[in-house]
Design a protein around this ligand. Sequence first.
Ligand code: FES
Ligand code: FES
Length: 159
Amino acid sequence: MNLKVNRQDYQVEDTPDRLLLWVLRDELGLTGTKFGCGIGICGSCTVHLDGSPTRACITMLSAANNMEVRTIEGLAETDSAGEPVLHPVQKAFLDEQVPQCSWCMSGQMMTAVALLEQNPNPNADEIRQAMNSVYCRCGTYYRIRKAVERAAQLKAVEQ
Ligand code: FES
Ligand code: FES
């Protein structure tokens, strides 16, 4: 089947037991998406399917057919000089010094990006509700919430 990831097309073999997470990590080398619980609870494997946050560890590859998959590797853009330009959410997470061990971070950022694409100016409760779906064993929740607020401000300035 054709798998579209981060605006690129890949031909991958579809068998009924293939999970999206392992195709991304093991076949395409997109190891920014992490494996945590493997049962759809922790959120560390979150990617986007047509813009919706999706747990890749419990998503069959076939579910991504004819959909746009976006992973953490697809967030940054490239400027005219070929230099990477971080997504506002990535900038905000760095500015707020959110990461500790970083294991949950791609899931956190993909969840934050989806939130801000659906709701560019979320209030504190909306941020808490969206971000509570991704666990951080290092307990960075306060800084995550501050980073999402900062990302919303950065996005507003860029628009
Ligand atoms: S590894 Fe997918 S939700 Fe935990
Ligand atoms: S930064 Fe370590 S699990 Fe979140």
